[in-house]
Design a protein around this ligand. Structure first.
Ligand code: ACO
Length: 427
């Protein structure tokens, strides 16, 4: 039976339909509110606004639950490959053997990038941030691969092309930034092995596959693969709603992810931990600074719009971080500082009262350091991981006949109408 809520204003009653999701999440459908009443809703930062119906990812911020297409992220991190996870997100179900083989062949066949893209890389100033380069490069793919197609098969090729090429472009940008020879992708390697090989193989020192590093990268990418309607995913959906091509929509997601309040936090955490270390290693100072309302500093890697308990991804990341450093016999002083910082923060009433827990970015930078990824590439690593989620969300919105161009309203607070005054008469 359909449920409604009733809104009463000045004696007028308006019935608004209630929408209930498969996990019992409730929403009020206000899409006819303006037409029925002249009112709009006001929700800065969309903290309480559902922008769409989605069957991709479920998260419960109070209970610390995250599932892709119904499967708990803990199970995927323990057993799945990144490729299977990407397939699951984009296609809605796990692939069978034949589907997985076909997907792997398509990824390999599309993994090379146009050689002319190298000149594109080389024209960026040396100090450019890799996220700026990646966003521009992904947008440029539209010019290098103009055939986007409209049939399901053609759209599948565009999506796979993007998944395959972003990984190659990321490794290529690292090699070019170091002035080293570019290493091409190899069809005999897994998705994760291939990336590490393209990053670290050199003509003088061939890359030897390190199982612990490959596994860490697999888990890292799976944990980042989707997170429902976050800032960058919303950017992809909003930009996509204007019916731009997939590359342009994803390029906008990369730009949004770059921000330190979002994906850029993984780089910011390492920079913060390094500053604390250089400053004598005392976490209390950083905690006090983060609590000071006159200081813009925030504890990076802490807090989340949705999670009001421990981020389930951060739990897995922290455990993996410990195991990885032990297996690789790495002693990273930043891990000790991070743990101390977490311990102090979690006992502090400000952090308790504000429900501020470590998020995925708090320990992920230490994992990436152990794998050998340079700090300025951390957010690029996040972007490669998030790509299947962005693609799945873009596809879902494009397949949704109700997905209109995104165009929020506002409440105007500026001047009321007044007359233009010619320059000679202005005081
Ligand atoms: N350190 C100190 N105080 C914080 C922090 C923090 N990391 N995060 C939130 N707060 C405080 C705010 O000052 C505010 O306090 P007040 O209510 O007393 O004024 C309160 O907690 C609520 O904060 P908001 O900014 O309103 O919460 P919002 O949901 O908008 O922001 C965000 C979430 C951006 C993640 C925030 O917690 C933050 O800036 N964290 C640090 C950056 C970070 O780690 N980002 C990665 C997020 S995960 C991801 O995107 C992959």
């Amino acid at each position: 039976m359909e449920e409604f809520v009733t809104l009463t204003y000045n004696g007028q009653e308006i019935k608004l339909p209630v929408v209930i999701g498969t996990e019992g999440e409730k929403a009020i459908d206000i899409s006819t509110l303006r037409q029925d009443t002249g009112f709009i809703t006001l929700d800065p930062g969309y903290a309480n606004t559902g922008s769409c119906l989605s069957a991709i990812t479920y998260m419960d911020g109070e209970k610390g639950i995250l599932r892709y297409r119904g499967i708990p992220v803990e199970q995927l991190a323990a057993h799945a490959t990144f490729k299977e996870t990407a397939y699951l997100l984009i296609n809605g179900k796990l692939p069978n053997r034949e589907q997985l083989t076909h997907f792997s062949v398509m990824l390999n066949d599309n993994s090379l990038v146009h050689e002319d893209l190298r000149t594109f890389f080389q024209s960026f100033p040396r100090a450019s941030h890799p996220m700026g380069i990646l966003s521009a490069m992904v947008n440029a793919l539209r010019s290098f691969y103009p055939e986007l197609g409209s049939t399901e098969e053609e759209i599948n090729i565009t999506m796979t092309r993007l998944l395959a090429k972003v990984r190659t472009m990321a490794a290529m940008s690292y090699k070019i930034s170091r002035g080293h020879k570019v290493i091409y992708p190899r069809p005999d390697m897994t998705y994760c092995e291939n990336f590490l090989n393209m990053m670290f193989d050199t003509p003088v020192k061939p890359y030897e596959i390190n199982r612990a590093a490959v596994n860490a990268l697999r888990v890292f990418w799976i944990l980042h693969a989707d997170h429902e309607q976050n800032c960058s995913t919303s950017a992809v959906r909003v930009v996509g709603s204007a019916r731009v091509n997939l590359y342009a929509a994803i390029s906008s997601g990369i730009a949004a992810l770059w921000g330190p309040l979002h994906g850029g936090a993984n780089q910011a955490v390492i920079e913060m931990l390094s500053t604390i270390q250089a400053d004598g290693g005392d976490p209390i100072k950083a905690i006090e600074k983060a609590k000071d309302k006159n200081d813009p500093f925030r504890l990076m890697g802490f807090g989340h719009r949705v999670y009001k308990t421990y981020d389930p991804r951060a739990k897995i990341m922290k455990k993996m971080c410990d195991e990885l450093l032990e297996t690789m016999q790495i002693d990273d002083p930043l891990l000790d500082i991070a743990k101390e910082l977490e311990e102090v923060a979690r006992k502090d009433s400000y952090f308790i009262d504000h429900n501020l827990y470590p998020n995925i970015d708090f320990y992920s930078g230490i994992v990436l350091r152990a794998v050998g990824i340079p700090t300025n590439m951390f957010t690029v690593m996040f972007a490669i991981g998030r790509l299947p989620g962005w693609i799945a969300q873009w596809k879902e919105s494009m397949d949704d006949p109700k997905w209109k161009i995104c165009r929020p309203r506002q409440v105007y607070t500026g001047n009321q109408e007044y007359e233009f005054v010619p320059i000679h008469a202005r005081i």
